[in-house]
Write a protein of this length. Structure first.
Lengths: 568, 128
């Protein structure tokens, strides 16, 4: 039997008889962690803004709850207490993700609102805005959300606000099922699920097509894991894949590539499954080719593909967070590689596990995905790496005290790094409710056609159905001004910088420009090194003095100015 | 990789077919607009995550239990995404009509599935 459990040797790793002593220890630790969390989360809303993120400025009990949960999990595994291990996994999901819903007034991340705008358009117009943007070519999540929102009367932003925690629970449950499908025992599968819950720093679990695609990826990989000697659930693989294809652009190509590698190396049955999957994904891409042909479809420049979409050097806090996630990602991949090598040396199955865990890196050999490929690589590899690492982790946690201590330290450290990765940019990514409302007002009240220009990222742009009209007028109607005018890094404390800015505005002779400033933009731009902290206040001060600009609104942390162009 | 071969049903297909019928009826309740929003959301959620998926998985009951119960909500989600998206792509969007249609198909499918299973069981008894 080619299962992870046999690797242990004479007996299954989860059959170590637990001692009755200290039986309650994992439960006590979990209870304390839960108590820490319940107190710590109450301090999040009032936490002071800092470049080091939420863990640095919320109550220490908040961060301790996450770390202590990891400790409790390790103890639960050592004591072979599967119920405590399951509870620890659930608590880790809650401790790391519930904060996104209960400590904010509106969904996080500016790009969430681009998705909500598509949903709103479907609800308003009962059709897709084909040709406007790439989202309307892959409508899976947006159509489903519009449908649920219209049926229930629950606004789509409310659904999006709670998306993260619901998704994470669902994904972690699926991770357990995938691990079981790939031969893991109950305890090893729970450990794999815990690793997925605790190490997912990528933050693609917001209201996004990527998140839904990951659910279907888990479903596909579950049946792939059961399809070694004979095909299992081929119709379900096709069903899950089809839903994935209509939801997200990149994920199906990785899944197809991974399945293709397994088929070619005769590790997967039935071999013909590759054909219907290829037909489905290529048909969808072909049908929407006009949406993707302006992107680089294939690039073999691995270095370029690996770069993130924020090319600037951020604040010290951002660099710290970036270092944390690089250490974590590198560590996970390195350990996974070592485990695979160990399996190969012991003549145990390693090839398919290697494909599942490390094949996402092949994406970097073909696509940059707009500077986001590097994030997707870790996200896609997380499931496979967790499964590969879970067996040795359980075995070592249940071994001697030294090994247990070392693995516990590694578990706690990696969990802490992941939490920092996920929450480090907290203050840059929260979207205050007043700005969300302002975004909707600007779209509604601006004189159409117009450029609704944000001075710098971020802003809840394209948040309502009205964005489609603007996008049809000019697809870059809301591009950040500092990018349009090539002013990244400017402090706007010189006439020269302001002149470049003015020239970029004057170039727009076909419509008025509404220029938007928010405190959130100032913070985000500074955090990611896009602009100095004083840049936007300096620019705003110059705009206020410039008679070419008319103030439209200035209150509650955001301001709007209009540069009027008379329509001929 | 793990071979899940089993020769017996890990979950009774009749049970899943009955769940499909029940959840289909819950889905129909979810199409009544005068009900409170949170109740509608629960009904729609129950239907989506337990209705079509239970019907589909009633044909795959020889899989391991974890695979069956993991696939039920996922299959339901996939069906709803595909139906709503594909209809929208061809220009049709009527939320209530789609939900009623899916719910009725699930209810009818569940009844037919149960009926065929019971008939197969009856025939196997008669042959003994």
């Amino acid at each position: 039997m080619n299962s992870v459990e046999v690797v242990a040797g004479k007996h299954r790793v989860d059959e170590v008889p637990p001692s009755n002593r200290f039986a309650m220890v994992p439960w006590i630790l979990l209870a304390v962690a839960a108590g820490f969390f319940l107190y710590g989360i109450t301090t999040v809303r009032g936490a002071e803004i800092t470049e080091y993120g939420l863990l640095a400025t919320a109550s220490p009990f908040f961060g301790l709850s996450i770390v202590l949960t990891a400790v409790a999990f390790g103890v639960a595994v050592r004591r072979n207490n599967i119920y405590a291990a399951v509870a620890g996994t659930a608590l880790m999901v809650i401790a790391q993700r519930l904060v996104c819903s209960v400590a904010t007034d509106s969904p996080m991340y500016s790009w969430t609102y681009k998705h909500l705008g598509v949903v709103d358009y479907i609800q308003h117009e009962h059709e897709l805005a084909r040709g406007v943007d790439i989202y309307n070519g892959w409508p899976g999540l947006f159509a489903l959300t519009a449908w649920i929102s219209d049926l229930s009367g629950i606004p789509a932003p409310s659904l999006a606000h709670w998306f993260t925690i619901v998704f994470q629970f669902f994904f972690v449950l699926l991770a357990y099922a995938v691990a079981r499908a790939w031969g893991s025992t109950h305890m090893i599968a729970v450990t794999a699920a815990f690793l997925v819950a605790s190490l997912n720093w990528v933050a693609q679990d917001y209201f996004s097509p990527q998140a839904i695609a990951m659910l279907f990826t888990a479903g596909v990989m579950m049946f792939v894991g059961m399809s070694g000697k004979r095909g299992v659930g081929a119709p379900l693989i096709i069903l899950f894949f089809a839903a994935m294809v209509i939801t997200h652009q990149l994920t199906p190509y990785w899944v197809l590539g991974a399945i293709g590698l397994m088929v070619i190396t005769r590790r997967l049955r039935p071999w013909w499954i590759i054909f219907p999957l290829a037909v489905i994904v290529l048909s969808q891409t072909g049908y929407n080719f006009s949406e993707v042909d302006n992107f680089t479809l294939f690039s073999s420049d691995i270095t370029q593909n690996a770069k993130s979409n924020i090319p600037t050097v951020g604040s010290v806090g951002q660099q710290f967070t970036s270092l944390a996630v690089r250490l974590l990602s590198g560590g996970v991949w390195l350990l996974t590689g070592i485990c695979l090598l160990w399996r190969w040396r012991r003549k145990e199955p390693f090839w398919v596990f290697g494909i599942l865990s490390l094949s996402p890196m092949l994406i970097l050999g073909g696509q940059g995905y707009g500077g986001e490929a590097i994030f997707r690589v870790f996200l896609y590899s997380l499931l496979g790496c967790s499964i590969v690492l879970a067996g040795p982790a359980v075995r070592t946690l249940q071994a001697g005290m030294i090994k247990f201590s070392l693995v516990s330290i590694a578990l706690v450290t990696s969990t802490a790094l992941s939490a920092q990765g996920y929450l480090g940019a907290w203050f840059a990514n929260i979207m205050p409710k007043e700005q969300v409302d302002a975004s909707e007002s600007v779209l509604e009240q601006a004189d159409f056609p117009a450029y609704l220009t944000v001075a710098a990222p971020v802003w809840p742009q394209r948040s309502t159905w009205r964005y489609v009209s603007y996008a049809k007028f000019d697809e870059g109607f809301d591009d950040p001004m500092i990018y349009s005018a090539n002013l990244v890094g400017s402090n706007f404390d010189t006439d020269e910088d302001y002149e470049k800015f003015t020239q970029a505005i004057n170039y727009r002779s076909d419509a008025s420009t509404y220029l938007i400033f928010t405190e959130q933009m100032r913070l985000y731009a500074w955090y990611f090194g896009i602009l100095p902290l004083d840049a936007l206040p300096n620019l705003k001060a110059r705009v206020e003095k410039d008679p070419a600009w008319t103030p439209v609104y200035d209150d509650q942390g955001f301001a709007v100015f209009q540069h009027r162009v008379e329509q001929r | 990789m793990n071979d899940p071969s089993t020769t017996t049903d890990q979950v009774a297909p009749e049970f899943l077919a009955a769940v499909a019928v029940a959840m289909g009826l819950v889905g129909l309740v979810g199409s009544i607009p005068v009900l409170p929003g949170p109740l509608l959301l629960i009904c729609i959620g129950l239907f989506m995550f337990a209705g079509p998926g239970s019907l589909i998985m009633s044909w795959f009951t020889r899989l391991p239990v974890f695979a069956i119960f993991a696939s039920i909500p996922l299959a339901g989600l996939a069906i709803c995404i595909l139906v709503v998206s594909l209809l929208l792509t061809v220009g049709f969007y009527s939320p209530a009509t789609i939900l009623i249609g899916l719910s009725l198909l699930t209810v009818i499918g569940g009844f037919l599935r149960r009926h065929s299973l019971e008939r197969a069981l009856r025939e196997s008894y008669e042959q003994r």
